[in-house]
Design a protein around this ligand. Structure first.
Ligand code: ARG
Length: 313
């Protein structure tokens, strides 16, 4: 009886895998070279100015990440780090790059919660303009709602947006309107998972890593409803930064992979590539935080919703 069940499950899983599409996005990234990476201040529970990154090791780890991204088939655009912005290496937070429904390439700049990070977006906006992108924003210099792009992911037609620790709920409607998309807000309550990209990682068309412990009960339930086949992470697993991973097709680049997580990923046909980013973790982020996807398309990865819409749990 057990054997029959296992065979049936295995077969169904195998057949289903062939029908599950890879993410259409995630094949090109912007990154920031860690020329001035330091821990100068404390804006998350991982940062400790007494524990500074060692520059040489930082460079080696970061270059190994760059090589792994390219090996996985990704294109990478490298920005220089501003000397006055020690957190700028966490490129994911600079803003969200995407092609709008009308065909324009755009960059919606973040409006960082903490003043210490606000100069970063000025450089990011210049970079975006130099790449032919129109620059949009929801606020600047502390005026207007905060928005940090580490809280934003395209998922099955929606722009899923974490809010609470960094992005403000008040940012969701202007983001939806600026991009003509549907934004699904999720309230983050865990102080150590202060960006959505520490607790949620889309893997393919149907699957994603999800850590419910990061959210309030209604938002955790709403997120689980959005994911047909969730790989549910415990709080302990998520705090290894395993969800702060980058997915390029069927390759998952991650800084840590608890055994149970690896089993599931491999059973689904993913190849796990482990990266040692221990020096970069000292600022409170890993491979996803260090990269910013530049190939999102409204109309393909996000449904076109003229005027935008916000859905809350
Ligand atoms: N020190 C940075 C901050 O607190 C880390 C950012 C991590 N990035 C991320 N996308 N989660 O803002």
């Amino acid at each position: 009886m057990t054997l029959v069940q296992e065979t049936t499950t295995g077969l169904a899983g195998g057949l289903a895998d062939e029908l599950v599409g890879e993410l259409a996005w995630g094949r090109s990234y912007a990154v920031v070279s860690p020329d001035h990476f330091r821990v100068d201040y404390v804006i998350n529970p991982f940062m400790d100015p007494a524990d500074q990154p060692e520059p040489e090791r930082t460079r080696e780890q970061w270059h190994a990440m760059l090589a792994a991204l390219r090996d996985a088939g990704a294109r990478v655009d490298v920005l220089r780090q501003r000397p006055d912005s020690p957190d700028m290496v966490y490129a994911m937070n600079l803003g969200i790059a995407l092609t709008l429904a009308d065909g324009r390439d755009a960059f919606l700049a973040s409006h960082m919660r903490y003043a210490e990070r606000r100069a970063e977006t000025t450089s990011a906006a210049s970079w975006a303009e130099s790449r032919g992108r129109v620059v949009l924003g929801v606020g600047r210099d502390g005026v207007g709602p905060h928005l940090e792009a580490g809280d934003l992911f395209a998922w099955r037609g929606d722009l899923v947006a974490g809010f609470g620790p960094r992005t403000e709920e008040a940012a969701l409607a202007p983001v939806a309107a600026a991009l003509d998309v549907r934004v699904r807000g999720l309230r983050i309550v865990h102080p150590a998972m202060y960006h959505l990209d520490l607790a949620f990682c889309p893997l393919d068309d149907r699957r994603a890593m999800v850590c419910p412990a990061a959210f309030d009960a209604a938002s955790a339930a709403a997120l689980l409803d959005l994911v047909p086949e969730p790989l549910v992470l415990t709080e302990e697993e998520a705090l290894t930064f395993c969800a702060n991973a980058v997915v390029v097709g069927r390759t998952v680049l991650m800084p840590a992979c608890p055994p149970r997580v690896r089993e599931r990923l491999e059973a689904w046909g993913f190849r796990v590539v482990l990266l040692d980013l221990s020096e970069l973790h000292k600022g409170g982020g890993s491979v996803r935080c260090l990269t910013n996807p530049t190939d999102l398309v409204v109309g393909r990865d996000l449904d076109v919703v003229p005027g935008g819409a916000v859905v809350l749990p």
